[in-house]
Design a protein around this ligand. Structure first.
Ligand code: S3P
Length: 416
């Protein structure tokens, strides 16, 4: 896919629904009692994997445009689940299947099959779950067993791990408490509470008691992780407005980075949509300063690091990103793939064990980006090429369909 240099980039963008919230709205409603309508759902390949798996467990799900109609199946049947490229699907469903006491086998594509699953399986075993991984990875098998509530301290600040434990705990005897080292995104806690779960949050500690879920309608705000590409283009090339973006405080680390880098932006029409804060985000072309990021901020912007790295290349001076070792186990090793992307466009980026050092010069030449079939590398590369001197090409560009099927059409402003 060729990406032209566009030194002037302005416009208003309707970004698709939040991926994390869409996964949860489909999954939790499909496992609950009653019927629900999920509007503005993101129906990229990852969330369609969740739809496919929930149908396999017995839910009745119909899709019409961006709206999903769900008739829940609280009593799961045994299932074979192909989770495609989606870590959220596999990890959350491992917990849900354990709590529902069914036989389930989870498989994924080559990328997902190389990602760690013991980080979910091990804490679930502490509740009594019977789970087998294959050398720590997929295929993963869950077998029926009695679960007992426990206090679990997770090693990584991961919303996927936390959510899997909370979902299993709904089917355990007694109370479960999850304590994480840093607060990860809290969409699960918000949605389970709206669905009638007995759940309490105290800082980084979440307690849940067993119980049934009741379906709720969800209107999904736009995904700040998708908006981030168009926000970055506003900062680099003109002015952009992304409408109705989810600004849950566990997701807005990129706005703190904007503050530090000197990016001019504003949040307008701030409101609450289905228990989640949302706003229109306007970003204007700015003189960028380098930034130093450390591990505390990582959970709130982990998926945005590749595009933040692009911004660092356009800042003048040395930026340092530390404490980001989780990038090594994403859809690709994003420490390596981000560094390669910037280097192949003429940037100066040195990968480290837990991040990068980027010596920004204020511009990138352009060239050819290898996406390694990682949607966030392809989209970050496309932003870099759009703001570059010469533009260039993305290899394996189709992978954006995982989370943002309309991405290139919006970039070329052929659709809004
Ligand atoms: C997600 C959590 C994050 C994020 C992923 C989506 C979620 O992963 O990177 O894209 O929806 O819970 P971790 O839980 O591994 O940090």
């Amino acid at each position: 896919m060729n990406i032209a240099s566009q030194k002037e980039f302005r416009g208003e963008f309707l970004i698709p629904g939040d991926k994390s919230i869409t996964h949860r709205a489909v999954m939790f409603n499909a496992a609950a009692e009653g019927d629900a309508v999920v509007k503005n759902a993101l129906l990229g390949e990852d969330c369609l994997s969740t739809v496919r798996c929930m149908r396999a467990f017995g839910a009745d799900i119909r899709i019409d445009g961006n709206t999903v109609y769900i008739h829940g199946a609280p009593n799961f049947r045994d299932a074979q689940c192909d989770c495609g490229n989606s870590g959220t699907t596999m990890r959350l469903l491992m917990g849900l299947a354990a709590g529902k006491k069914v036989n389930a086998v989870f498989t994924g594509d080559p990328s997902l099959s190389s990602r760690p699953m013991e980080r979910v399986a091990a804490p679930l075993r502490l509740l009594g779950a019977e789970i087998r991984t294959t050398d720590g990875k997929a295929p993963v098998t869950v077998s029926p067993s009695v679960l007992k509530g426990a206090r679990i301290e997770t090693k990584v600040a991961s919303a996927q791990v936390k959510s899997a434990i909370l979902l299993a705990a709904l089917g355990a005897e007694g109370e479960t408490c999850v304590c994480e080292p840093l607060k990860s995104r809290d969409h699960t806690e918000r949605m389970l509470s709206a669905m009638g779960a007995d759940i309490r949050v105290d800082g980084n500690e979440i307690s849940v008691r067993p119980g049934k879920l009741h379906c709720v309608d969800v209107d999904v705000p736009a995904d700040i992780s998708g908006a981030a590409y168009f926000m970055a283009l506003g900062a680099l090339c003109g002015e952009t407005v992304c409408r109705n973006v989810g600004v849950n405080p566990t997701r807005t680390g990129i706005l703190k980075v904007f503050d530090e880098m000197g990016v001019r932006y504003s949040l307008e029409n701030c409101r609450i949509v289905c228990g989640e804060p949302a706003a229109d985000i306007r970003v204007c072309k700015s003189e960028l300063r380098p930034v130093h990021l450390t591990k505390e901020i990582m959970p709130s912007l982990i998926d945005e690091i590749p595009v933040i790295a692009v911004l660092c290349a356009f800042a003048k001076g040395e930026s340092k990103i530390e404490g980001a070792e989780e990038l090594r186990v994403k859809e690709s090793d994003r420490i390596l793939t981000t560094a390669e992307m910037l280097s192949s466009l003429g940037g100066d980026c040195t990968p480290t064990a837990d991040g990068f050092i980027i010596r920004g010069t204020g511009s990138l030449r352009g060239g050819k980006v290898r996406s390694y079939k990682d949607h966030r590398i392809a989209m970050s590369g496309a932003v870099a090429l759009t703001a570059s001197e010469e533009g260039g090409e993305i290899e394996d560009a189709d992978c954006v369909n995982i989370s943002f099927p309309a991405f290139y059409r919006l970039l070329q402003r052929k659709e809004n």
